[in-house]
Design a protein around this ligand. Structure first.
Ligand code: ATP
Ligand code: FE
Length: 329
């Protein structure tokens, strides 16, 4: 089955195509993303502008995705689109487009949870079978889930303040390293000294499996004011953030008896984070290239997982939701 996936949850218009074989194997055939630039001068995403841009672009992005996959629109066997969480106006564009397309083609429609999409992005690299632990580290989330069975998500821990990606973005802005902050910090860190700026470990000695980044952000601000070099700050902060993410996830994996950890979301693109997880001895699975930040292929992969699990298609009456916790246990 060829599955088309659509994500318009924020400021990226993403359309991807995934092939699900009868033996349950999945392969990404296309992944096209249009990243909106209209928001740059506002210093943040303007919801109404995001919706309008999605409307203007979605047809073209879908055409590009079909061309990349080398298929015709009539070859599509199922459609999946993000229904939440995200900006409601932006979500509605992809959701309505997906529903309409599924009706026109007479194929099933699957509403997908954005975070489940981020998690299933890792299915592009390795077979994903429960049980496993899933760490979603993105611009809006730092959430750790236990997945004891397919489709069951138990929240194990989460950030108490900023998301990891948000901290990368804010510190990059503070030090003038540019936007998006994650790649800018990672690049600058290569030229910096990770021992130059001391960062105190957040939530040190905690029994829970939570995260906190606001203390690191404040420490970075103070170090910046005291004249720390941006490269040194980047390297030191990145090391502290990576250490916190890996240490807590590793403890949670031990406590829950999980050997496999899925690490996904934009921050999962970070090389230092990947290397640190590889050194833990856990089986760490990351999304493939271009699948870490928001995209349509990960939603198609979530759709493929739903089909594989025998889940019924979604009712077309279900709408877009701004707030939608993934945990269901
Ligand atoms: P959410 O999914 O929580 O709604 P989002 O979709 O906006 O948030 P993503 O697109 O998954 O977030 O990820 C974007 C974030 O990832 C940004 O904060 C960005 O700085 C960060 N990021 C991207 N590449 C890297 C990298 N190499 N290292 C660290 N962070 C990175
Ligand atoms: Fe996202």
């Amino acid at each position: 089955t060829l599955i088309l996936g659509i994500d318009t949850s924020c400021d990226d218009t993403g359309v991807g195509v995934v092939k699900l074989n009868t033996d349950g194997e999945v392969r990404v055939l296309a992944n096209r993303i249009w990243t909106q630039t209209v928001h740059a001068s506002y210093g943040g995403v303007m919801p109404e502008l995001a919706s309008r841009e999605h409307v203007e672009r979605i047809d073209a992005v879908m055409g590009d995705a079909l061309a990349e996959a080398g298929i015709a629109v009539n070859d599509i066997g199922a459609v999946a689109a993000t229904s939440g969480p995200g900006l409601v106006g932006a979500l509605l564009v992809g959701l309505m487009y997906g529903k309409g397309l599924s009706q026109a083609l007479g194929v099933p429609f699957y509403a997908a949870h954005h975070l489940e999409g981020h998690i299933f992005a890792a299915a592009s690299e390795a077979e994903l079978r429960a049980p496993y632990l899933a760490l979603v580290v993105s611009g809006g989330h730092t959430h750790l889930f236990d997945v004891p069975h397919e489709g069951q998500y138990v929240l194990v821990g989460a950030t108490k303040d900023d998301a990891a990606g948000e901290a990368f973005d804010k510190i990059a802005r503070l030090t003038g390293l540019g936007y998006p902050g994650g790649p800018a910090i990672a690049e600058a860190a290569l030229r910096g000294d990770p021992n130059a700026v001391p960062f105190k470990e957040p939530l040190q000695g905690q029994k829970a499996f939570d995260f906190s980044f606001s203390g690191l952000k404040t420490a970075a601000l103070l170090a910046h004011k005291a004249g720390a070099k941006p490269e040194d700050l980047a390297a030191s902060f990145q090391r502290a953030a990576v250490h916190a993410l890996v240490k807590t996830t590793r403890r949670a994996a031990e406590a829950h008896g999980r050997q496999t950890v899925v690490v996904s979301g934009g921050v999962a693109a970070n090389r230092a984070l990947r290397e640190a997880f590889a050194a833990t001895g856990l089986r760490a699975v990351f999304p493939g290239k271009g699948l870490n930040t928001d995209n349509g292929a990960m939603i198609a992969l979530a759709g493929a997982a739903a089909i594989r699990a025998g889940r019924p298609p979604s009712p077309l009456t279900d709408g877009a939701v701004a707030y939608a916790p993934l945990a269901n246990a």
